[in-house]
Write a protein that binds this ligand. Structure first.
Ligand code: GLU
Length: 428
């Protein structure tokens, strides 16, 4: 199967059904949880810089809010589909549940390519997105955040539009805001750092010293950059990074003798985490095909780009040396590839556990906004590490006790928590 044809929503449902069977989940609860509770599809007309009006398509999907307001990011992506947003909203429900924060799951998107849009045009998309949803989202019901190709600036435009419409200040409406505008210390780093906290806990269980390990990373956006930074700070060596080159509209794997220097690559990366291959060559990086990141002889693979990147067609290219796969991205591994990894004894740290650092810090941001008292970075990251390692330990215990893979174990914990909330409310 061509990997671009994988449907993330079908995959999310497949993963859910498998564990729902295992748990012998109540039929009503199962019917409710295997699809989103609410979906919004709408248009966003924008007057472009050239004077013409262009109409963008936007979505917001609220998968489940039994444990608290729906929570999840907004993606700007030219290939966005409603099924991708559905899957991502579902994974958000499990993500919030597995780290045990009082939030549900949601996700949003706009079909657009920010590379081709001016800042003013992006601002209009952000404001238009909020205008279409102003009555259906809010601190009490659904709290957006950044995701692929959106950042703090987008969040602030959205907040400003929401506050203008509702007439007041509601900093808890959105998270991932810039510092000084209601943002939390550590939020930018949180997802990537969280991936490394979980890797650290996993290596400890395996009896492996992180300083002796090597890693290869797919992606160089927010998650990948901060994961690479903390991992190297802990003494690990990043051997290769694969990312997008905007001029060629293709991706390359960049590799350098002695390892990747994350800081120097951050300096030449564009704001979407793309790297121009000529700039990389000037710094002495060799360029391999985009998917070569997967074939590196390393201990750890970190897919931190987008969905369905490890699939039946390439899973066998993974080196026998690989011991851990930490999913920084949402949904990077298809179920068929997952099965192969399990058979091979590779420890997969599933997405909604490994990358839960972002939403956990978003929760801290809400707590700080609500109490109007902001913590220092040390306090934020300290708490973040505790949430992440506690969740890892629970998942690892369930995996061992029930003799199931880490993904299924994470699902067991998350589904049980959400099912309990749904039943306690009398919804099923
Ligand atoms: N977009 C991030 C994720 O997929 C963060 C979501 C949030 O902070 O609400 O987990």
């Amino acid at each position: 199967m061509d990997h671009s044809s994988y449907n993330p929503f079908k995959i999310a449902q497949y993963q859910f059904d498998k564990v729902a069977d295992l748990l012998e989940l109540d039929e009503g609860v199962r019917k409710l949880l295997r699809q989103p509770m609410r979906e919004y599809h709408f248009t966003i007309p924008v007057r472009m810089d050239d004077g013409n009006v262009r109409v963008f398509n936007g979505f917001r999907v609220q998968h489940n809010d039994a444990r608290g307001p729906a929570k999840g990011g907004i993606r700007f992506h030219p290939m966005e589909t409603i099924d991708t947003v559905r899957a991502l909203s579902m994974w958000m429900t499990w993500k919030c549940a597995v780290v045990d924060i009082p939030l549900g799951g949601g996700k949003g998107g706009v079909i657009c390519d920010p590379h081709q849009l001016s800042m003013r045009e992006q601002e209009q998309i952000c404001r238009g997105w909020v205008r279409q949803l102003a009555k259906n989202i809010g601190p009490w019901s659904d709290v957006p955040a950044p995701d692929v190709m959106t950042n703090g600036q987008h969040m602030l435009w959205m907040l400003d539009e929401f506050e203008t419409i509702h007439g007041g200040r509601f900093p808890g409406f959105i998270t991932g805001k810039p510092l000084g505008s209601g943002g939390s210390q550590g939020r930018t780093e949180a997802t990537g750092f969280g991936v490394v906290y979980v890797i650290g806990a996993a290596l400890e269980e395996l009896g492996i010293n992180i300083e002796k390990t090597t890693a290869s990373i797919q992606g160089f956006g927010n998650v990948a950059q901060y994961a690479a930074r903390l991992y190297t700070q802990h003494g690990g060596k990043v051997v290769a990074i694969s990312c997008w080159d905007q001029t060629d509209m293709t991706s390359y794997t960049y590799r350098k003798k002695g390892g990747v220097n994350v800081i120097e690559l951050q300096e030449i990366a564009d704001k979407f985490g793309g790297i121009d291959k000529k700039l990389a060559a000037d710094l002495g990086y060799e360029q391999l095909p985009g998917d070569a990141w997967l074939q590196q002889e390393v201990d750890i693979l970190i897919p931190a780009a987008i969905e369905s990147q490890i699939h039946r067609g390439n899973v066998d290219l993974i080196s026998p040396k690989v011991k851990v796969i930490a999913e920084g991205a949402n949904g990077p591994t298809t179920p068929e590839a997952d099965e192969v990894l399990l058979q091979r004894g590779i420890l997969t740290l599933p997405d909604f556990l490994a990358n839960a650092g972002g939403v956990t810090c978003s929760y801290f941001e809400q707590v700080q906004c609500n109490s109007n008292y902001f913590w220092d970075k040390h306090e934020v990251l300290d708490k973040l590490e505790k949430y992440m390692t506690t969740a890892f330990t629970m998942v690892s215990e369930v995996s061992r006790r029930q003799k199931i893979g880490m993904r299924d174990a994470a699902y067991v914990i998350a589904i049980n928590r959400v099912a309990q909330a749904v039943q306690a409310r009398g919804w099923a």
